[in-house]
Design a binder for this molecule. Structure first.
Ligand code: MLT
Length: 256
C-alpha cells in the first residue's frame, strides 16, 4: 500500500486526541494550507500531499486509491482516528474516506467542494486537460485556472503565489488528478450515513462550487453552510483567519 508525504504542525494531540488532517485542492500541494495553519497555531495539524503532488508518490487507481493511501499513511503514523478537512479535490478525497474508511473520521470538513459527480461535458474537459498536461502543454494546461480559483479582489501576493504553483504543477499529477476526478462517484448518500461533527464552508465568490452544492452537503450532514465573504474557491488562502476559526470550531466539537 502506498503511503503519502505528510507534514506535522502545532502541538502533539493531547491524550490520544485525533489530529486535524488537511487535504489540499488541485493542482496544488500542502503549501496551500500555510496561512490557515499560521492562523491556528494551537491546532495539531497534519497536511498530506495528494498522489503525484508535493512530495507524494503516484498511486495506482483513482480517488479510492488516494483515500486508501491516506488511511494507510495515518495508520502507519499511529493515528487511529482524525478530523479530516479537504478543500475542493481534498474534499472529494475526504468524501471517499467517508465512503471507504468511515471509522477513521472523528469529524469532517468540506470546503469549496461538492458531493455530486461531474456532468458529461465536465468529464470531457477534464480528460482533455489530462491529455494536454501529458503533451506539449505540460503544466501550462492549468494556467487558465487562476481566475476561477481566486476571487476578483484576491490580494496580489496570493495571485502571484498561486500562479507560481500552477506553473510548477506536475504534469503527471495533473493528468492523474483530472482522470480521478472525472471518474468520481456521487457521495451525497455517504454523507447522510455519517454521524460525526461536520463543517461545510465556501468562499462566497467561489466560481467553481455553488452555494446549492454546499447546501446539499450541509443538509445531508445536519449542519449549515458557512459562507466567507470576499473569498473565492481557495478560501483557505484568501481568508485564512475565517477558515482557521471554522476549523478550530470543528476540531473543538469533534474532540469535546
Ligand atoms: C480543486 O480546487 O481541487 C479543483 O477545483 C477541483 C475540481 O476541479 O473539481
Amino acid at each position: 500500500m502506498n503511503e503519502l508525504a505528510w507534514h506535522r504542525y502545532g502541538p502533539e494531540p493531547s491524550d490520544g486526541a485525533p489530529p486535524l488532517v488537511l487535504l489540499h485542492g488541485f493542482p496544488l500541494d500542502s503549501r496551500m494550507w500555510a496561512y490557515t495553519i499560521s492562523a491556528a497555531p494551537q491546532l495539531p495539524v497534519i497536511t498530506i500531499d495528494a498522489p503525484g503532488f508535493g512530495a507524494s508518490p503516484p498511486v495506482d487507481g483513482g480517488l479510492d486509491a488516494y483515500a486508501d493511501a491516506v488511511a494507510a499513511t495515518l495508520e502507519h503514523a499511529g493515528m487511529a482516528r482524525a478530523v479530516v478537512a479537504g478543500l475542493s479535490m481534498g474534499g472529494y478525497a475526504a468524501l471517499e474516506l467517508a465512503q471507504r474508511h468511515p471509522h477513521l473520521l472523528a469529524g469532517i470538513g468540506l470546503l469549496d467542494t461538492k458531493a455530486g459527480a461531474d456532468p458529461q461535458d465536465k468529464r470531457v474537459d477534464r480528460l482533455q486537460m489530462a491529455e494536454d498536461a501529458l503533451g506539449e502543454a505540460g503544466a501550462r494546461a492549468v494556467a487558465p485556472m487562476l481566475d476561477s480559483l481566486l476571487a476578483p479582489g484576491a490580494p496580489e501576493a496570493v495571485r502571484t503565489e498561486v500562479a507560481g504553483w500552477l506553473r510548477h504543477a506536475s504534469p503527471s499529477g495533473i493528468a492523474w488528478a483530472q482522470r480521478a476526478m472525472a471518474a468520481r462517484a456521487d457521495r451525497l448518500a455517504t454523507l447522510t450515513r455519517l454521524d460525526v461533527p461536520a463543517l461545510v464552508l465556501r468562499g462566497a465568490q467561489d466560481a467553481t462550487a455553488s452555494l446549492a452544492e454546499h447546501e446539499e452537503m450541509a443538509t445531508a450532514l445536519g449542519t449549515q453552510v458557512i459562507e466567507v465573504d470576499g473569498a473565492g474557491h481557495l478560501s483557505a488562502l484568501e481568508s485564512p483567519h475565517e477558515v482557521a476559526a471554522a476549523l478550530s470550531d470543528l476540531y473543538a466539537r469533534a474532540t469535546a
